[in-house]
Design a protein around this ligand. Structure first.
Ligand code: NAD
Ligand code: AHE
Ligand code: ZN
Length: 369
């Protein structure tokens, strides 16, 4: 079939809106009509050329929601008409990682996903005979896409697509980093670096977990008001404090943070996030994704003296199990998504959505088809 898509032909170029061919679902696959998709900083990271796994031409986008319109042979858990959220971290429930119960990093299809193809090694997208690659196994910047059955969470049908698409990445990553990965406890002091689409959800998770001080660090003063609405107790702009950031934060947290979260993708900030943690037990969680060739560093003494460095992907969530529950939390009013979606754009304006993010004017832009 012909579908509308925003094609990333080359790194650093704006997306090209056009028509591409999409083949129907093969065995174990599902055709989904995407109704809405968020624009995450990771899409911009890959489009910029910084992603070592970035492939072009590709259809980016990994924060979507939509409806099943067809299923391939052997699909048993989904049917036409089901409402679904694509999962860039699938949940096969059979691989060593899924069975371990120690991680959400299902390995069933990770290798082909990273190569921009479906599990059988081929792409379903093409344009005038040229193969177009899938992205993060999702490619939500097309109004129809094909995904493996294990990479779709079935969700309730009364939940609005233009809100719950954000649960496909940002909401789950931020809240999950606090609840699943860090396991923040009531009374803990936390520091969040980067108060964008992910960091604000970390704040929301920290408030739910009962954190005491919730300190946010961002260069953009425009983030303060929204962050306070979500539970921030102290806003810190590193360019305005007039002293080094790490001792400032250690002092503010009476010896260091119990947990810190880096939600930027800046390796220098990752070091600050580790070093502002409390001696003996403080743990820093890396959420941000850093560009090709970049590395983290610190003095080993930081770890010898009890600080811990960890990371999280998709907030440690097991998508098919956890995403429907997070949709329920939203529908029950337990979490706030609406205020974080600062812009809703028609598909034709998807490039404006990227521009708003680059300029720091949006938290989340959602594109509707
Ligand atoms: P965003 O653009 O919405 O927010 C980034 C924020 O960081 C902005 O508010 C910006 O002002 C701030 N910032 C930038 N440089 C800074 C600095 N030096 N000091 C302080 N603040 C600074 O981005 P996002 O969508 O929230 O994504 C954040 C990061 O998380 C990205 O690296 C993204 O790729 C990554 N991410 C990771 C996962 C995961 O599963 N690990 C999931 C989603 C996103
Ligand atoms: N391709 C990059 C890695 C990108 C990355 O770390 N992605 C996160 C999700 S970001 C969502 O916005 C993730 O889930 N990582 C685990 C995985 O298996 O990719 C690179 O450096 O190669
Ligand atoms: Zn994302």
């Amino acid at each position: 079939m012909d579908v509308r898509a925003a094609i990333a032909w080359k790194a650093g170029k704006t997306l090209d809106l056009g028509t591409v061919r999409l083949e129907g679902p093969k065995a174990g696959e599902v055709l989904v009509e995407i109704k809405a998709t968020g624009i995450c900083h990771t899409d911009e990271y890959t489009l910029s050329g910084a992603d070592p796994e970035g492939l072009f031409p590709a259809i980016l986008g990994h924060e979507g929601a939509g409806i099943v319109v067809d299923i391939g042979p052997g699909v048993t858990t989904l049917k036409k008409g089901d409402h679904v959220i694509p999962l860039y971290t699938p949940e096969c429930r059979q691989c060593k990682s899924c069975l371990s119960r120690k991680t959400n990093l299902c390995t069933a299809i990770r290798a082909t996903q990273g190569k921009g193809v479906m599990p059988d090694g081929t792409s379903r997208f093409s344009c005038e005979g040229e193969t177009i690659m899938h992205y993060m196994g999702c490619s939500t910047f097309a109004n129809f896409t094909v995904l493996p059955e294990i990479a779709l969470a079935k969700v309730r049908e009364d939940a609005p697509f233009d809100k719950i698409c954000y649960i496909g990445c940002g909401v789950t990553t931020g809240i999950g980093a606090v609840i699943n990965t860090a396991k923040v406890q009531p009374g803990d002091n936390v520091v969040i670096f980067g108060l964008g689409g992910i960091g604000l959800n970390v704040i929301q998770g920290a408030r739910i977990a009962g954190a005491d001080k919730i300190i946010g660090v961002d260069l953009n003063n425009g983030r303060k008001a929204m962050a306070e609405k979500f539970g921030l107790t102290h806003f810190v702009n590193p360019s305005e404090i007039g002293e080094d950031l790490v001792p400032y934060l250690v002092n503010l947290t009476d010896g260091g943070a119990d947990f810190s979260f880096e939600c930027i993708g800046n390796v220098k900030v990752m070091r600050q996030a580790l070093e502002c943690c409390h001696r003996g037990w403080g743990t820093s969680i890396i959420v941000g994704v850093a560009g090709a060739g970049q590395e983290i560093s610190t003095r080993p003494f930081q770890l010898v003296t009890g600080r811990n460095w960890r990371g999280t992907a998709f907030g440690g969530a097991r998508g098919r199990t956890d995403v429907p529950k997070i949709v329920d939390w939203y529908m029950d009013g337990k979490i706030n998504i609406d205020d974080l979606i600062t812009h809703v754009l028609p598909f034709e304006q998807i490039n404006e959505g990227f521009e708003l993010m680059r300029k720091g004017e949006s938290i989340r832009s959602v594109v509707v088809y």
